[in-house]
Design a protein around this ligand. Structure first.
Ligand code: XIL
Length: 315
């Protein structure tokens, strides 16, 4: 059953859009005081780039901005992300590592960061986005030097340091059956076979209103993971549309949100849903997908999308 419905949020300094300072009080009220959300994830502050910008130099300032508010608000916290090829500190990528050196870099990073937030994270995204669309491994610096061993090492280390956190593999395009879903199952099975703790698979769920999965596709994908004995969460749900928003694409978006949330509610083993921020102006989408936007549940003027009602219907 569902443990939480939450929203990720960023530290003010990292929010993608400046010039909206006047909106902050209302934003903060909805985020922290309205009771709309029982969980949060820092969208940026715990990433390698911020927490270990130079080798052995750890800085938790950015991550603490959101995690300390989550503590005070008594919300579930998902922690994100220990080992990822993107938003990596430049020193990790620009060095030519031996296998032994890179192993110790990973162990030190995971140990220090997981220790800092020990006991506070309901879950950690231990490895993020290790797969290509065809289910093969992405040629990240980690994979190039260590092969799939880096995944085992990251999970093994996280398990040792923070034994109560649920350890997740997290990726996008895992919301309907296909080769990438099979790749993620392979990762779970590899860890299980090696006797390494793995508790969950995070489906990022960065979806598209005009071409969204059906309810049954969502259900099949989620069940496929749950059948392996791991829990599932929708970890970064947003559903972008071709801007401008109009009655037609907002109706498609409503249906898409209802399908995604409904599937998670219906499948035992799907334990939580996180939207990737809740306020359109702070979404990452327009920066990465030009011509697309309005992917969240609150418009710039703080009125809610039709999809908000779709979510309520599904919950
Ligand atoms: C995004 C953040 O929302 C942006 O602010 C940042 O500039 C880039 O990263 N998959 C992930 C998230 O796992 O960490 C990404 O978050 C979105 C895609």
């Amino acid at each position: 059953g569902l443990k939480y419905f939450g929203a990720a949020t960023d530290s003010p300094g990292q929010r993608e859009r400046a010039g909206l300072e006047a909106a902050y009080p209302e934003y903060d009220r909805i985020m922290w005081k309205s009771g709309e959300f029982g969980q949060t994830t820092p969208t940026n502050g715990q990433k390698w780039l911020f927490v270990e910008p130079e080798r052995g130099v750890f800085n938790y300032t950015e991550g603490e901005i959101v995690t300390s508010k989550a503590r005070k608000a008594g919300m579930y916290l998902r922690c994100h992300a220990l080992v990822w090829h993107s938003q990596l500190a430049p020193w990790v990528e620009s060095t030519t590592w031996t296998a032994e050196e890179l192993r110790s870099v990973i162990v030190e990073h995971v140990t220090k960061v997981a220790k800092h937030w020990k006991g506070q994270c309901y879950a950690w995204d231990v490895v993020n986005e290790a797969l290509n669309e065809d289910g093969t491994y992405r040629e990240s610096v980690f994979y190039k030097v260590l092969g799939e061993e880096y995944i085992k090492l990251a999970f093994k280390t996280a398990a040792k340091v923070d034994p109560h956190a649920k350890l997740y593999y997290n990726d996008y395009n895992l919301e309907s059956p296909g080769p990438k879903v099979e790749g993620a199952k392979r990762i779970v099975k590899m860890l299980q076979k090696a006797g390494i703790k793995v508790n969950g698979v995070g489906l990022q769920a960065h979806l598209v209103a005009e071409s969204h999965p059906t309810l049954n596709q969502h259900i099949d994908a989620i069940k496929g993971f749950a059948d392996l004995g791991v829990e599932v969460a929708l970890t970064e749900l947003d559903i972008r549309l071709q801007t401008p928003a109009n009655a037609t694409n907002l109706a498609l978006q409503r249906e898409a949100y209802k399908n995604a949330v409904g599937a998670c509610v219906q499948v035992r083993g799907c334990i939580g849903i996180t939207i990737w921020d809740f306020y359109d102006p702070f979404s990452w989408v327009p920066y990465v997908f030009p011509g697309q936007g309005a992917p969240l549940l609150w418009f710039e003027d703080f009125t809610t999308h039709p999809a908000y009602d779709g979510v309520i219907e599904a919950l």
